[in-house]
Write a protein that binds this ligand. Sequence first.
Ligand SMILES: [Zn+2]
Length: 574
Amino acid sequence: MVSKIDIGLDAFRKACRPPQRLSPSDYAHDRVAIYEGKSPYYDKHATPWMNEPLDQLANPECTELILLAPTGSGKTTMMEAAMAYIVAEDPGPTLIVGQTNATISEWFETRLMHTFRNTPETKHLIPSGKHRHKARKDAIIFPHMTLFSTGANISGTQARSMRRVLCDEPWTYTLGILRQAEARLHDRHNRQFILISQGGTIGDDWHEKWAQTNQRERHYCCPKCQLEQVYAWANVRYDEIQGDDVATSKTARIVCANADCDFVITEDAELRRSLSMKARYIQTTTGVDGSFGYRFCMLENWHVPLSRLVLERIKAMREVSRGNLELLKSFIQKRLADFWNDEKEDTRPELTGGGYSVADYANGEKWEDEFCRFMTIDRQQDHFWVGVRAWAIDGASRLLWFGKVDTWDRLKVIQEQYGVENRKTQIDCGFQKDEVYKRCAQYGWLALRGDQRDSYPHKNKAGNTIYKGYSRYQNVTASDGKKTMVAFFSNLAIKDTLHQLRNGKGVKWEIPDDIGNEYLQQIDAEVRRGEGRSAIWKPRRRDNHAVDIEAEQVTLASMLGLIGTPDDEPEESQ
Ligand SMILES: [Zn+2]
């Protein structure tokens, strides 16, 4: 016979069921509903790299969970599993921070609500009936906990006190937002700050957070030599098949880090899957107490062919050789889940001197191959940067002098010292234009101006319109009525040519052995960003004057037909 007390206790046990003893990944497996997943419920075997990070939700020692993960590898699904676990098994006020209000509320309304509505353990917790107003498109006031979401902005990340704050893609957040989101935890003893993102840039807030964790990296064990090693791009190999990127990419494989071992991970998805299933995270540094960091990369994900990654890499490296780092940056951040370093990834070769010194030409001496020389000037507020370069008829060139000059009079002295013709002395008129025009009129110099156009129309001898990277000279009048001329050039086209020359990919383009650090720093102060017509050369250091001066030199040499496409006709500069 069952006593009344037993019945009462049974009801009490059902109502106050203790949290299940399952780990979060076991809990989510086959239980938490996933919107548009490979299967309707979370599958811990589809993304084995997610299990240990997910399990940290139940670890009271873990106050920070930092997951550095490639895009398209189950990050969003993992967040949904985590939220279902939190709501059903380990509740507490929670804030989810997304990139913008719009992106986070869309995810919340569609994907996350799907999970809550279709997971048996969370379904009955969603406010309904007279409480239905408590389920909004960006927040739910559950009977036992509150859940808020916001974009990564000041107003959304203020005020409320939370047990958990989960930040999605913090690599996109503006400086300071991450710190503000973390402050919502108010140093609670059971707090968890959860960050999930692709790689960012060394030195940003996201990188700073990752750097202080214990940095657990995903290692696989070589079945042949038993060496445990990270999935590293350095071990990816492929055979170059001239002119056929697709065929090249199909030779992709990963070699063992042990040079004496000949084991190779091939494209075979079954092999890659079995290695991934047995892979594990190994802690690589000590880190701050309670800060658990995890990183894995796309090389482990057998759902994505190695050949696809290699093809992306080949295309990225081709852009790098043109000075455009965007694709490589994206590959490293999104595919390898690593941090980008602007200085490190730019593969331009180190500049070396041409075997002559500045003094060799300091008294106007001619270079033996010289056809003509230009002096180009970059105008600053209260000083100038100047370069004098001599050009040969075949487009080879030799920088004779580079430096900073304080006055107009001194510019004139240098022009005379180096014996540069007036018309071949040209100055940028982007700054203090009227004064530049007046000086040009006074000295017989001409003005130049780089702009955003990518080409300019010209008429060839047959009367047809052709396009070039610079414009014809136009008459301009200064405020004192004096006249001079100005030509425009395409920053993109001319600086692309300069980059080729600087990298030794064109005709000889020399600098003196003793040109000095200032020039060496400045000439590499810009990087190409973006693709196609929207690409730009962007300064990464404030002092980039050597780039402007050399771009003007390239413009003038192109006008004379010394460099550029062979069908360009020489352009008279007057
Ligand atoms: Zn091995």
